[in-house]
Design a protein around this ligand. Structure first.
Ligand code: MN
Length: 724
């Protein structure tokens, strides 16, 4: 191969051979390019052991081909797994040279690398889920397992303090996780390696005892096996492997703890496995028959997982018999295919010899799907595509974030620092002022991601804000914020009312309900509640408000009415004088202020044209009584389809939904349209005006009659300045 020394050339050839032997297909060009890029990228790096760094990704790639042989993509990713993080190769370069999918897997690996670093593992289950929530392609996890396995194999070169952390993480997270993936061989090795660094003394002791008893055990097994070999030959069974299965140190240790027995009394240190090369399960029963002919079986411990496979498709016969000297020996019988499945990722020891405290349906289904992929990938090229399109959506609606102490919190996707704060403690939420993510200050409404470390900055003076409700995600945060805001509002309401009442008492003022409503309206509050809260929050100056001359209030109403009258008159159009529009100047009388729809009459003045009065205007009546006959008939214009605006003054009992009921009863008459509603409520009384569009005075009167029938309304009148 060009550009490689002899040493690396032969390393490459070894890897290529492994790939060709174990994988469904190999893209040699990509494999070589990955080998070379990784070699170049890590050229100047060295591991703690002193060897070139490249040996690490290379070994990880080999582990993939041997223990987790999925496809060449996974091997390529193993070669490249550290180049972005450790050697500053950009993801873009990988995308350009190896394609989007490989770049994506490398990105995933970079993202989860070191995700647990610096944290005490206290919630292993959540850690595993967090890992899954961050990953979209299963091959990310597979490479991670191989990476971890190689790091564990070389852990002795790492500083002792770091050793313990990595070992613990492996034991708590990766070993059980590998087991869920059906990677039994990886699981056993990870456990033994981790145990060795976590409990060196006991590990060494068991290892020593295993070594000490090895000769004896081997001799015993040999004695046990001898007649079996002879009998199998008699049955014509020759193509098989029989081994004295080594027990894993960690599993011996666990058994000692569980059964509270010393090493010497753990009986199934004797274990034999018979693997038939031919994929013929009937033959397994022939072998079983041979064994039972030779040795007495312990029926209680017999398990036939061929006839009834484990849920995860684990197949094997487990038969425990009394061997020479009456010692118990467990014999496992299976075909090569069953064995491969059990060891290389397909059959997890799922719910088998395991204490599964976090078994969850979703994960189980998922593992079964992976199994199918594994199962077919060795023969079927089409399954490669399946793997490519296989996206993980597990826990995609959750995120896992760290507290500064390293606790893991699970939150729904889209959660913000405020959600996190309330998750920690309601007090933290109540006083949450700001937040840091991975040490950087962030806005409170930022969306958190899995793996973020979140720190809340709190202050006694900070309190929940209404705007928080717009972005918080968790029910917990929402309900706490609402509860706080409601409580706070009640408190302000009470405080504001107290301040107001005291002030009025002090100033010896008497304010009628009507005056009070006017004050509220004049200060542009919708209701008394808002008004009191504003007082408590010091947003209005009530001293000024109460010492100001009260007459102003009346003027305000006049102005409001005048504006209204002006709009109404403009909408209606010019008044017809004496049956037609004569172009004579006219004006509306200030005394009665007629609005469109009022019966009107014109009064001819000297110099000011025609003054238009309401027919029932007291002023006008008085003038006529005095004998002035200078009146002229006038009319509001009646054009087809034109509408007048008219206003209704209304008072009634306040209750939820009253406004809607009012609107409905107005609209239900000839589809009357409402132009504006101005209502304010105080205690249980509401009061206000409604401006509506009417075709004529008859229309208006009908609407008024309707409103009068409403049981909650006790005052309805046409709104003019004269009843103000
Ligand atoms: Mn690595």
């Amino acid at each position: 191969m060009p550009g490689l020394s002899e040493k690396y050339n032969s390393m490459y050839k070894e890897l290529l051979t492994l790939c060709k032997n174990n994988l469904p297909s190999v893209n040699e060009e990509l494999l070589f390019n990955a080998f070379k890029l990784s070699y170049e990228a890590h050229k100047n790096e060295f591991r703690d052991s002193g060897e070139p760094y490249f040996h690490h990704p290379y070994e990880v790639a080999k582990i993939i081909t041997e223990l987790m042989p999925i496809d060449d993509t996974t091997v390529i990713c193993a070669l490249l797994h550290d180049v972005v993080e450790d050697a500053d190769v950009s993801v873009n370069i990988i995308k350009k040279e190896f394609g989007e999918r490989i770049a994506e897997i490398i990105e995933g690996l970079t993202k989860i690398s070191g995700v647990f670093t610096g944290y005490e593992i206290t919630q292993a289950e959540n850690y595993r889920k967090m890992l899954l929530s961050m990953v979209r392609d299963i091959r990310v996890i597979i490479v991670k397992f191989a990476d971890r396995l190689h790091n564990m194999r070389t852990l002795e070169f790492v500083k002792p303090t770091k050793q313990l952390r990595i070992a613990k993480e492996t034991m708590e997270i990766y070993a059980p996780f590998a087991n869920r993936f059906g990677l039994a061989a990886v699981k056993w090795e990870l456990e033994d390696l981790a145990f060795r660094f976590m409990n060196r003394e006991i590990f060494d002791e068991i290892a020593r005892k295993l070594a000490d008893t090895r000769k004896d055990r081997e001799a015993y097994i040999k004695k046990f096996i001898k007649p079996i070999l002879e009998h199998l030959k008699m049955y014509g069974i020759t193509d098989y492997e029989i081994t004295g299965r080594p027990k894993h140190i960690y599993s011996i240790y666990r058994k000692m703890i569980r059964q509270n027995k010393p090493f010497e009394e753990i009986f199934d240190l004797f274990a034999v496995r018979i693997i038939l090369e031919k994929d013929d399960s009937k033959m397994c029963y022939t072998v079983l028959g041979v064994i039972n002919e030779l040795y007495k079986a312990n029926q209680e411990r017999f398990k036939d997982y061929i006839n009834i496979p484990k849920k995860n498709n684990y197949k094997s016969i487990h038969n425990t018999v009394y061997g020479p000297d009456g010692r118990l020996v467990e014999v496992q019988i299976r075909t090569r295919k069953m064995h491969e499945i059990a060891e290389k990722g397909v059959a997890a020891h799922w719910k088998y010899k395991e204490d599964i405290s976090w078994a969850d349906k979703e994960l189980e289904d998922w593992v079964n799907r992976i199994r199918e992929v594994f199962d077919t990938s060795t023969k079927d090229e089409a399954s490669k595509e399946l793997l490519d399109s296989f996206q993980l959506n597990l826990y995609a609606d959750e995120i896992y974030v760290f507290t500064p102490k390293g606790d893991l919190k699970r939150l729904p996707l889209g959660s913000t620092p405020v959600d996190f704060a309330f998750e920690i403690h309601s007090d933290v939420g109540y006083h949450c002022l700001g937040a840091k993510v991975d040490g950087k200050i962030v806005p409170l409404d930022i969306k958190l991601k899995s793996g973020d470390q979140v720190e809340i900055i709190s202050s006694k003076n900070q309190h929940p804000n209404k705007s928080w409700l717009k972005f918080v995600k968790t029910h917990k945060a929402k309900s706490h914020i609402r509860r706080y805001l409601n409580k706070e509002e009640e408190r302000l309401l009470k405080d504001g009312k107290d301040i107001w009442d005291k002030k009025i008492k002090k100033l010896k003022q008497i304010i009628s309900d009507e005056e009070f409503v006017k004050i509220i309206r004049k200060n542009k509050f919708d209701n008394a509640r808002q008004f009191y809260i504003a007082i408590a929050q010091d947003r209005i100056n009530i001293d000024e408000l109460l010492t100001r001359p009260r007459t102003e209030e009346a003027e305000v109403s006049e102005i409001q009415f005048d504006d209204f009258a002006k709009i109404a008159r403009t909408t209606a159009g010019d008044v017809l004088v004496d049956g037609e529009f004569k172009g004579i100047a006219y004006d509306f009388a200030k005394c009665c202020k007629p609005i469109p729809g009022d019966p009107i009459i014109g009064y001819i003045t000297i110099g000011e044209g025609i003054k238009i009065h309401r027919k029932d205007c007291i002023n006008l009546i008085n003038m006529i009584k005095k004998g002035n006959e200078k009146i002229v008939p006038v009319q509001w214009p009646r054009r087809n389809g034109s509408l007048f605006v008219s206003a209704i003054k209304i008072k009634g009992k306040d209750r939820p939904g009253v406004l809607k009921d009012l609107s409905n009863s107005i609209a239900s008459y000839k589809d009357t349209n409402i132009k504006a509603i101005n209502i304010s409520a105080e205690q249980s009384i509401f009061e206000g005006t409604i401006a509506i569009y009417v075709t004529d005075i008859e229309h208006l009167n009908r609407v008024i009659e309707r409103l009068k029938k409403h049981k909650d309304i006790f005052f309805v009148e046409r709104y003019t300045s004269q009843n103000e």
